[in-house]
Write a protein that binds this ligand. Structure first.
Ligand SMILES: C[S@@+](CC[C@H](N)C(=O)[O-])C[C@H]1O[C@@H](n2cnc3c(N)ncnc32)[C@H](O)[C@@H]1O
Length: 261
């Protein structure tokens, strides 16, 4: 199929996937932060079943794999990401216990109480934090853990410009204390909460995009969708540098303590 036959929608998604495939992480995070979040999880063995939901190309998944011994299923909606995920897993000789599948996070292929750990870095917002932590609860064994990172406000009040930006981008952004209450209400013991350091955004997410953007704009010179995508990313980075004392990503770790129903 040539580009003229594709719908704009399809072309948009392909471009977005190509852009984000060129960088190691598709959201803010770092190997150190993944390891820190893992340090709160104490029930894992080589029999453990782990799901990494919205795994992208697997930046954080391979870190989890190198620091645990169980089986990990990476889940992502986009085949381009999952293809790269499985290539990365193979390159690290992890293919026997780290496997990526294309699937939506609102229709997960797991049995009730099958999983020991649900992981999701910077991805639960796709169905919303509250819905995600509630819907995924049934897939965890009693005593299993959930570890998700999520955009959160650091203060009760903030400048109107950044408030508006986030209310359009993700209205569910909220304060850390409100997110912890939601974890508790969804049937987990809140085990730990910590703010991702700024280097997760700057060194690991925005800085690698600078050269990726230049290459991307050269390849798609004159393509409005590509230009808009880069413009949006640059705008988002600028807002972060300006307003980073008001918001960031926060890791929330909870432990399931009651059975389903
Ligand atoms: C901000 S990226 C984070 C990727 C990765 N966890 C990381 O931190 O580098 C969000 C991911 O969610 C995936 N995603 C979006 N909607 C999804 C859905 N409905 N089901 C599963 N994955 C989805 C995207 O393809 C993308 O890989």
């Amino acid at each position: 199929m040539n580009d003229e036959n594709k719908s704009i929608h399809e072309f948009d998604f392909e471009l977005i996937c190509e852009y984000f495939s060129s960088i190691k992480r598709q959201g803010p995070g770092s190997p150190e932060v993944t390891i820190k979040a893992l340090s709160f999880i104490d029930n894992l063995t080589n029999e453990s079943q782990i799901a990494d939901i919205g795994c992208g190309t697997g930046g954080q998944t391979m870190v989890i794999a190198n620091n645990t011994s169980g089986h990990i299923t990476g889940i992502d909606l986009f085949p381009t990401f999952i293809d790269l995920f499985n290539i990365n897993s193979q390159k690290l000789s992890l293919q026997d216990r780290v496997n990526g599948i294309v699937c939506s996070m609102d229709n997960l292929p797991f049995q009730n109480e099958e999983l020991d750990l649900i992981w999701s870095e910077g991805a639960i917002y796709n169905i919303g934090f509250k819905r995600g932590i509630n819907e995924w609860h049934k897939f965890l064994k009693v005593g299993g853990f959930i570890a998700v990172s999520e955009a959160s406000w650091f203060t009760e009040e903030r400048p109107a410009k950044i408030d508006e930006f986030w209310k359009n981008a993700y209205p569910e952004i909220d304060t850390i204390s409100n997110k912890v209450t939601q974890i508790q209400q969804a049937g987990y013991i809140p085990i730990a909460t910590f703010v991702l350091p700024e280097n997760c955004w700057i060194e690991h997410f925005y800085a690698p995009q600078v050269s990726a953007q230049n290459k991307f704009l050269q390849k798609y010179a004159g393509n409005k969708i590509a230009e808009e995508l880069v413009e949006n990313q640059r705008n988002e980075a600028e807002l972060y540098y300006k307003y980073k004392k008001y918001y960031g990503y926060v890791f929330y770790i909870g432990k399931k303590f009651i059975s389903n129903d």
